[in-house]
Design a protein around this ligand. Structure first.
Ligand code: URA
Length: 288
C-alpha cells in the first residue's frame, strides 16, 4: 500500500531533526537524556578531524526561530522534577577538547630524544621555528653546525639565503614555519640515513598536522623524498605542485644547493612565485 502523505512527511521531518541533532542543534527535543547527548558527543569525537591549536571555524548553523517560553505555572507541583541535565561539555567545548596537538606538546614528547644515533653527536635539538598557524611551511633536511649550536633551523649561510627568499616573497620568517626532516645534526653535515629519517619523521608529520599549512615547500631531496616516502628524483618534480595528504606540496632546490649553483636561483624564484600565487600574495615581477 502506498505510504500516506502524512507518514512520508513525518519520516522526512524525523530525518531532518536527526540531521540537525547531528549538527549539534539540540535542544530540539525536550528529552535531552545523557544517553542521546553522549551518542552525539561520541560521534563527534570519532568523526571530527584532529585539529591544531588553530581557531576552530564554527560550522554555520541555520538560524532557529526563538522558542516561546512557557508561561510560569502558578500551580504548586506536587514534587519538583529537575529537567535532565547533561553533565557533558557543550558541543563547542567538546570540539576544543578534541583539537589536535600543539607544537609544544609535540616538542615535549620529543624530549631529550635518543631515538636514533644522531643524539650522540648533537649539541642541541633543532625542533622548528616560526608561526604555529603558518599557511606556509619550509621543510629542510637537517640542522648544520650553526643550527646545532643555536637550536634554530636555517640560521647559517643557507639559512640567510632562505631568509632572503622569504623576504622576497613579501613575508618575514615569523610569518612562516621552518623545520627539518631530522631534528639533530648529522655529523659532518652528511645526509640523514634512512633509520634516522624513520625515527624522526613522525615528529615532522605531527608538526605539519598541528600547523595545517596550506602549502609545504620541500627544500631539497631529503624533504621531497620524505613527504611522502619516495625514491623519485627531485629534479623531475621541482616546481610541480604535488599533494601530500591534504596539503599542497612544492619541491624546490635547497638553499645550500643554490649557494653552490647560483644560476638555479631563477628556478627557485619561479617556484616561490607559484607559492605566492597560491597563498594570494602579490606576485612581483622582479626581485632586486
Ligand atoms: N640545512 C637544512 O636542511 N636545515 C637547516 O636547518 C640548515 C641547513
Amino acid at each position: 500500500m502506498p505510504e500516506s502523505a502524512d507518514s512520508t512527511r513525518n519520516k522526512k521531518l524525523k530525518q531532518r531533526l536527526e540531521f540537525y541533532e547531528d549538527l549539534g542543534l539540540a535542544p530540539f527535543y525536550r528529552d535531552r537524556t545523557p544517553s542521546s547527548s553522549q551518542s552525539m558527543q561520541s560521534r563527534l569525537s570519532t568523526t571530527m578531524p584532529a585539529t591544531s591549536s588553530q581557531t576552530i571555524e564554527e560550522p554555520r548553523l541555520p538560524r532557529l526561530a526563538p522558542q516561546p517560553r512557557p508561561a510560569p505555572s502558578t500551580a504548586t507541583p506536587s514534587r519538583s522534577i529537575a529537567p535532565p541535565q547533561s553533565s557533558r561539555p557543550s558541543l563547542f567545548d567538546a570540539a576544543n577538547k578534541h583539537s589536535g596537538e600543539t607544537l609544544l606538546q609535540i616538542r615535549d614528547d620529543l624530549g631529550e630524544c635518543t631515538r636514533c644515533k644522531l643524539h650522540s653527536t648533537r649539541h642541541t635539538i633543532v625542533f622548528g621555528d616560526g608561526n604555529p598557524k603558518a599557511q606556509l611551511i619550509f621543510v629542510g633536511e637537517g640542522p648544520g653546525a650553526d643550527e646545532d649550536a643555536q637550536g634554530l633551523p636555517f640560521v647559517g649561510r643557507a639559512g640567510k639565503l632562505l631568509t632572503q627568499m622569504i623576504e622576497a616573497m613579501g613575508l618575514q620568517r615569523r610569518d612562516v614555519y621552518i623545520c627539518n626532516v631530522v631534528k639533530c645534526r648529522p655529523p659532518g653535515n652528511r645526509q640523514p640515513e634512512p633509520d634516522e629519517v624513520a625515527a624522526c619523521s613522525p615528529f615532522l608529520f605531527r608538526q605539519l598536522d598541528s600547523i595545517k599549512p596550506k602549502v609545504i615547500v620541500c627544500l631539497g631531496a631529503t624533504a621531497f623524498q620524505t613527504l611522502p616516502q619516495t625514491n623519485r628524483s627531485i629534479s623531475h618534480y621541482r616546481g610541480q605542485w604535488l599533494d601530500y595528504r591534504c596539503y599542497k606540496r612544492l619541491p624546490t632546490y635547497h638553499p645550500a644547493y643554490l649557494l653552490r649553483n647560483p644560476a638555479a636561483k631563477a628556478d627557485v624564484w619561479k617556484d616561490l612565485q607559484k607559492v605566492m600565487a597560491e597563498l594570494g600574495l602579490e606576485v612581483k615581477k622582479k626581485v632586486k
